[in-house]
Structure formats: structure tokens, C-alpha cells
Ligand binder design. Sequence first.
Ligand SMILES: *Cc1c(COP(=O)(O)O)cnc(C)c1O
Length: 355
Amino acid sequence: MSRYWSPGIARLTPYVPGEQPQLERLIKLNTNENPYGPSPRVLQAVRDALGDDGDGLRRYPDPDAARLKAAIAAYHGLSAAQVFVGNGSDEVLALVFQALLKHERPILFPDITYSFYPVYCGLYEIAYESVPLTDRYTIRAADYVRPNGGIIFPNPNAPTGCLMPLQDVEAILRGNPDSVVVVDEAYIDFGGVSAVTLIDRYPNLLVVQTLSKSRSLAGLRVGFALGHADLIAGLERVKNSFNSYPLDRLAQAGAVAAFEDRDHFEHTRRAVMASRDALTLRLSALGFEVLPSAANFVFARHPAHDAATLAAALRARHIVVRHFAKPRIAQFLRISVGTDQECDALCDALADIVA
Ligand SMILES: *Cc1c(COP(=O)(O)O)cnc(C)c1O
């Protein structure tokens, strides 16, 4: 608190990211990072972008990230004018809230969802209503067909991992022709069907994706949005009123290479999905209720063991998972899918703890 702060700053409730512990030899299953490394072609592209003489650091990057937009557009079968890029999808989302989601009426998002959404609402003074998930922790499309100033939800949802079928996403789009509908697809590559194919039919659809999870590049900070060129133009106006260069040269070069290496992407995402399904079976065998996940994490609770206590017991064994002390989900643990070795260590520890 300081009298020098602008009015309202003291009232903000900033987002708290999952811990990045500095400890060595930790099994880190708390922030949904990919357990596998990025494509070797990304590493080479970043080295090349740096240049022997460091020119990649001396000069400003392309403010429009044209090569990256072209690579993303080609991958998704869109035009470059339908692509917006930013410094991680968190930054893209921040610009989306400011550019597209501030209207008369409150916006809608689920009661259990990505906890950054209410933070952006606080920052931009956007009114919102949270819509309860069903008893089975799913999003019901019909609940979103009512007057609103915009709609946003992750698909699959976070932290539940539950996937909404594409026809339900389309029902929300059809029922809201006067609102922007933002589908945050941070985890879509782990088994879901993207709403990108609906973009040509719904000018109110914006799809947001990230390279942090399925492309193992959380440290590079690259996210993007796909939608009608008019929505993208609105985002560009806000971005260019805020920061001309959100993506540095290394990030742009690395991200282009990530889209060029389809084999690495396919191979690693399939490995993560297989490990997730094996982890789900093992946790179920230990008595956990595991929500059906289409993400690179599982959301699970044990009927006889308190989640915070389990998280603390795991931490004592150098395994970190995420626990949210929040209504309706305080008895769940969110566990990122690690390598098979890491998943085995987790399950061995839990077997020991619940025994
Ligand atoms: C991880 C995540 C993001 C943010 O990813 P970036 O690393 O900022 O690209 C956005 N939305 C959801 C639902 C996420 O889980």
C-alpha cells in the first residue's frame, strides 16, 4: 500500500500462479507443463535467431510477427488476418478482456474455471456472472443462452479437464449472435476437437490457444487468438496502444519452428494422452474419483482423504501437485501428467499415503 499508487490498485486481486520451486530433484506436477522437451528444431531456430554476433538481441523484432502469423494461419487453414499473437495466452486473454469483453451487460463464465478470468474483470472493471457447473462438473450450453456482455470458458475446462462436445460450443455460439464467445483452448491438443472449424460461420467466435502446454514452450511465452478479421483488428488496436513488441525475436523464431515440426508434436501429445489414461486407471484403483480428462492433467478426489492433507504429504515426498482451497473443489487435487516414471512415483507415494 502506498499513497503514490493510482486509485483502484489497492483493490486489485492479482492472479497467483502455481509455484515454481527452486528445489532440485522435485517431481513437479503442479503447473501443467509438458514433461517432454520442445522440438529440437525449436532449439536450433532459437540459436539461429540469436546469431553469432548477437544481432538477434541488438535489433527490434518484427512488431507484427508476420512469419509466425503465416505459420499459424497455414497450420489452421486460415488467413494471417484471422490470427493474433501475444506474449503467452495470458497476455492474449488480457487484451481480449479489454478489447472485446467490456460492454453494458455482465460477461458469463463458469463458477469453476481458469482463475485468471475474474482477475482480468477486476483489472478492467468488467462486471461478470459466474454460471455454476453441473453436479458432474460439466458446462451446460443452455445455461449460457441468456442476455450477457460476452462469454468465455476453457475447453477442455480448467481445472476440471472436462471437454465440452463441439455441438455444445456451437449451441452457445448460435444462441449468442450479439456477443463475443471466447473459447480458451489451452489444452485442446490433448484429445479435444477445436472450434477453429466454426470460425468461418461465426463472426462472434474467438479461439485462444497457447504453445505452453502441447508444444512444451511455457518458457518461451507464445499464445495466439483465431477468429474473424474484425475481432483480430480490435485486438491489434489495443495491442498497438500498449506494446509494439510483445514477442521477442527468439520467441517468434522458436514458435515458427514448433509449427513446422508436426512429428514431434504428434509424438509427444500422444505420449501425454497415453500416460494420462494410465494415470487415471491407477488413481481409480487407489480409490480416487477422477473426472474424465481431455487435458494434460487430471482432477481427482479421494472419498476418505482430505485433499490439502494429501498435497502436503506428497510435498513432504518432493512431489508437488496443485490444490485450490475454493468452494466445490477444495477436496480435489489437480495433477499434471508427467513422464511415466513421474506418474509411477506419484502413484507409489499416494498408495503409501492412503494405505
Ligand atoms: C495455461 C493456461 C493459459 C495460459 O497459458 P500461457 O502460458 O499464458 O500461454 C490460459 N488459459 C488456460 C485455461 C490455461 O490453463
